[in-house]
Write a protein that binds this ligand. Structure first.
Ligand code: TYD
Ligand code: MG
Length: 452
């Protein structure tokens, strides 16, 4: 028999090579290749002479079961899920360490248990005593959750199959789980994949809503579990700055609903509190206007949220390379916007350090924020505060045009409700006499330099 070939699997992206290398040839990460035991090699050619059974085809409109969602007891969690947990589905919950994943899931499990459903919480990271202490602190010690500290998938599934399947099964975290079907340490790609596969199969067969917690790498992707993203039905990410109070629960993939709704929570002494009306959260106290601050009316799913964009420009005397630092926005997008401002409007940022911050630990991804960022940058460069009652939105093209974005009317309406009387945005947005249409970036520069 031929000697099985050595296999090296990238722990970041799951790609397989047969030679050790310092850098993964697929995703470019360094030091992520680890040797893992070879699995059975399948023959590429099918032998169809025996063993196969015919499968039955079904019509797309055949009557099937209706999607029944179960509330998690936390309205913001339900909202991000698109209405609640679907029995027999698997959710992968990613997030930085310490962001509050365990707290959120413990609270959801407690709510479900208090509402008469059964919830099983398996912790592979903390001892049962630690989870109990946390529950105590959250005022949930009385909730009838089935709690256990375990890491062996075989033990967990043996226990679960001897009892009535729970409504909710939380596995905290999938990187600590170990399946004896496969060699390798917990947390390696093949272990994570095998453990998740067994747990997901149990969930699907028994109509259990399964939530797997997954850790996140430095660059923000769900580590190892990136290979899980296609195995689960829903991928969620719990975000926020640890030093800030607010946490945002986002859906990245959802087989049962839209992915544009967010859930907003505040981390308090008593655990995570739901924030039902987040529109004003991400504005700093705005008593005296400062240069470099612009308000962007964002839309998260169906809810508008006003967000403050802050820019700071520091002129450098010498020829040192200036820094560009961004928190909460894409640094590539900032570089592009600076280039457009230089090329189309003749502004000079090349000898200045540029700092951009989205207030409150929020992360902006909507291209409609371009205009607000541009306004903040120009205001900081000119050292002229923007009107404190104005909001800015619109996408900026490389040619320096200001392009229309979705939901202009809703953005303006919400801003008006909260006392922002003026709106600046692309021409197609329409609006009333308080709205100023801007078509080209140089218009924006003239307006701000002239004191908008
Ligand atoms: P945790 O849920 O353990 O995070 P994760 O599972 O994502 O790693 O949350 C830990 C942080 O939350 C911890 O640093 C302190 C904070 N926290 C509070 O502020 N209030 C609370 O009531 C709890 C339980 C945690
Ligand atoms: Mg945790």
């Amino acid at each position: 028999m031929a000697k099985p070939k050595r296999r090296y699997i990238c722990q970041a992206c799951g790609s397989v090579t047969h030679r050790w290398q310092g850098q993964c040839p697929d995703c470019g990460e360094w030091n992520t290749l680890a040797e893992e035991a070879p699995t059975t090699v399948f023959s590429a050619k099918h032998d169809l002479s025996s063993g196969g059974r015919p499968i039955a085809f079904e019509a797309l409109d055949a009557p099937g079961e209706v999607l029944k969602r179960k509330s998690t007891g936390l309205a913001e969690f339900d909202r991000a899920l698109g209405g609640g947990l679907v029995p027999g589905s698997a959710v992968l919950m990613g997030g930085d360490p310490g962001i509050g994943k365990s707290t959120l899931l413990l609270q959801a499990a407690a709510k479900i248990a208090q509402g008469g459903g059964s919830a099983v919480y398996i912790s592979g990271e903390e001892a049962a005593g630690q989870v109990r202490l946390r529950a105590d602190r959250l005022g949930l010690a009385g909730a009838p959750i089935s709690l256990a500290a375990a890491t062996s998938v075989r033990d967990i599934l043996t226990t679960l199959s001897a009892m009535t399947p729970p409504a909710l099964l939380v596995i905290d975290s999938i990187q600590t789980m170990h399946s004896d079907q496969i060699e390798g340490a917990p947390g390696t790609v093949s272990q994570v994949r095998a453990s998740a596969f067994e747990l997901i199969r149990y969930a699907k067969e028994n109509g259990v809503a399964l939530v797997l917690v997954g850790h996140v790498t430095k660059d923000g992707s769900i580590a190892g579990p990136r290979v899980l993203e296609h195995m689960v039905d829903v991928v969620m990410s719990f975000e926020g700055e640890r030093s800030h109070q607010y946490r945002i629960l986002r859906c990245i993939k959802n087989r049962f609903g839209p992915v544009d709704e967010i859930g907003v929570f505040a981390m308090e002494g008593q655990g995570l509190a739901e924030v039902g009306n987040p529109s004003m959260l991400f504005l700093s106290g705005r008593d005296t206007p400062v240069a470099g601050s612009a308000v962007f009316p964002a839309i998260e799913g169906t809810r508008p949220v006003l967000i403050e964009v802050q820019a700071l420009i520091v002129r450098l005397a010498s020829g040192a390379t200036p820094r560009r630092a961004v928190v909460g926005w894409d640094s590539g997008r900032l570089a592009m916007l600076l280039a457009v401002l230089e090329a189309r409007c003749g502004l000079n940022f090349s000898s200045a350090e540029v700092y951009l911050n989205i207030a409150g630990g929020y992360r902006l991804a909507d291209p409609a924020a371009d205009l607000a960022v541009a306004a903040a940058l120009i205001s900081a460069l000119a050292d002229k505060p923007l009107a404190s009652d104005a909001v800015w939105f619109g996408e900026v093209s490389l040619a320096g045009e200001i392009r229309p974005v979705a939901h202009a009317a809703i953005r303006l309406r919400e801003a008006a409700k909260l006392g922002f009387r003026r709106g600046f945005g692309p021409a197609e947005a329409g609006g009333d006499e308080n709205f100023t249409a801007l078509t080209l970036l140089p218009n924006l520069v003239d307006r701000i330099m002239g004191g908008a």
